[in-house]
Design a protein around this ligand. Structure first.
Ligand code: BG6
Length: 496
């Protein structure tokens, strides 16, 4: 669907997310000729930059994030012509005049064609309500405009509710796009295709045949230059409350009646509401938090979290969290969902592992030790693909079975240009397509479930468990799963 003309306003337009992700994403779509000729991008920020100073910053901070293969001087030059910069103090309504003057009306005065207005708030959440109020006061928040809210969407249930309420005073729910970039990843959407575009999996996708599900987002990176934000967030607020729970929803939801926004979001909401609430005893057993100490990642020595530049030397912020979640429904009762994420881990990967139950009875006389139950591995990154682990007979005399892999590499299969998650999600906002964005009740249900963990950690007052940078997290994370007689995937892969 072709896009109609738009003004995209990026609050936080000189900041890290805009430079690393949003502006490179828009450049890529410009280069692919997806943007209408008169579409504009207005970066808004606190710095009193001139237009040229903004363009210099763009050159230094955004251009390096465009893949070399995608870069082309002519496209970059014409992309820059779409950009303007407006300096304002987001918290001061008196400074919004210049933005109002820069933006076009709902209909372009010259051509009379409708102009979609999108306000992307890549800002701390405590400013969301203020910005929306000021947009309304200066007449920019019209019923046709859209607002995009970047995570973190609050820091607990109360603040998330407050944001929903205050933003809701200005924009209707259908105008609000709460972004979770994991939902824009190619393989996450492929998971929808896998589950609902094939008959093969649905009969097996339930407690009778699935033993457990593991969802891992492991990062080799540390906190980089985001320490100030991270120190107040930690792995639970930064990754578990949003990305991991959204992935869990896509794996566990019932088939929606269509891909329309509310059909999908209703099903995800049911999953979030069916998550078993943690009791105090479950919290000690089923949740592990860790913090990295110095170590080696990819052979390079790295400091511990407390020794990062400008870090608090007694910080109790967790950089790792592992949780055993359970879903109280007929489909999933008794199937553990193990979720974990961490910084400075042994590998950079995001994957979902669905493990099936053991065969009910073996007809083979000598089941050997390498006999494994089937599993399906959905790799989100860096590889994008599917791997089905099966048992097969080894050639030759006798009947010896061993595990084999059926692999589907999406890059190999579809030799086509790919889109980054932000590219796809920005296009969806500009088209008015809400399916991949969170609804207010989903957001609140996710906070409701994680809140007892946050409260428990606060009351307990203990330090997170230490783990050496470059490992898979604290030993307690292995114990969390081995208590159920299971292992994390990397622990069960035989050494080659
Ligand atoms: C962000 C978190 O939402 O996701 C970061 O704030 C994290 O801390 C990032 O590094 C991971 O995203 P991706 O797409 O690189 O896996």
């Amino acid at each position: 669907m072709a896009l109609s003309d738009f003004d995209l306003v990026l609050f936080g337009g000189g900041g890290d997310l805009a430079m690393r992700k949003l502006l490179p994403a828009m450049y890529n779509r410009h280069r692919a000729n997806d943007l209408p000729p008169a579409a504009r991008i207005i970066a808004v920020g606190r710095h009193p930059w001139s237009h040229d100073e903004f363009l210099n910053t763009l050159e230094q901070n955004a251009r390096p994030h465009i893949l070399q293969d995608h870069f082309n001087d002519a496209a970059w030059e014409s992309f820059r012509k779409r950009l303007s910069y407006v300096s304002l103090d987001a918290s001061d309504g008196h400074t919004y005049g210049a933005l109002a003057q820069t933006m076009r009306n709902d209909a372009d005065n010259k051509t009379g064609t409708p102009v979609t207005r999108v306000f992307y708030l890549a800002m701390p959440p405590n400013l969301f309500a203020t910005i929306c109020r000021h947009l309304k006061e200066c007449g920019l928040a019209t019923p046709e405009s859209r607002v995009v809210l970047e995570k973190p969407l609050g820091r607990d249930l109360a603040s998330a509710r407050q944001i929903n309420h205050e933003v809701g005073q200005v924009f209707a729910e259908s105008q609000i796009y709460r972004i979770d970039h994991y939902l824009g990843k190619e393989t996450v959407q492929n998971l929808l295709a896998l589950r609902f575009g094939n008959v093969l999996f649905e009969p097996l996708w339930r407690r009778e045949w699935i033993s457990d599900v593991q969802i891992t987002i492991a990062e080799e990176l540390g906190v980089g230059n985001r320490l100030d934000y991270y120190e107040t967030a930690g792995a639970l607020r930064d990754m578990l409350q949003n990305h991991l729970l959204q992935l869990l929803c896509i794996v566990a939801m019932e088939p929606p009646v269509s891909t329309s926004p509310n059909a999908v979001r209703d099903e995800k909401l049911k999953v979030l509401r069916s998550l078993k609430r943690f009791t105090p005893q479950m919290l000690t057993q089923n949740v592990v938090r860790g913090q990295y100490r110095s170590g080696h990642v990819d052979g390079v020595a790295v400091p511990g979290y407390r020794k990062e530049p400008n870090a608090n030397p007694t910080s109790r912020t967790e950089t790792f969290v592992a949780v055993k979640a359970e879903i109280d429904t007929w489909r999933w009762a008794g199937v553990p969902f193990y979720l974990r994420t961490g910084k400075r881990m042994a590998d950079q990967l995001a994957e979902i592992v669905v493990r099936f139950k053991k065969i009910p009875h073996s007809i083979f006389a000598r089941p050997n030790s390498s006999f494994q139950s089937n599993s399906l591995i959905i790799s989100l990154q860096p590889d994008e693909g599917l791997q089905m682990n099966l048992m097969a007979k080894t050639p030759g005399d006798g009947m010896r079975l061993r595990p084999v892999e059926l692999e589907l590499d999406f890059r190999e299969t579809f030799k086509m240009p790919r889109m980054d998650a932000y590219e796809r999600l920005l296009l969806d906002v500009l088209r008015g397509q809400l399916t991949l964005f969170m609804r207010s009740d989903e957001l609140e249900a996710a906070w409701e479930w994680v809140e007892p963990i946050l409260e428990h950690w606060e009351q307990e007052g203990d330090d997170p468990l230490p783990y050496t940078a470059g490992t898979w997290g604290p030993a307690a994370a292995s114990a969390l799963i081995s208590r159920d007689g299971l292992q994390w995937r990397e622990e069960s892969i035989p050494e080659k």
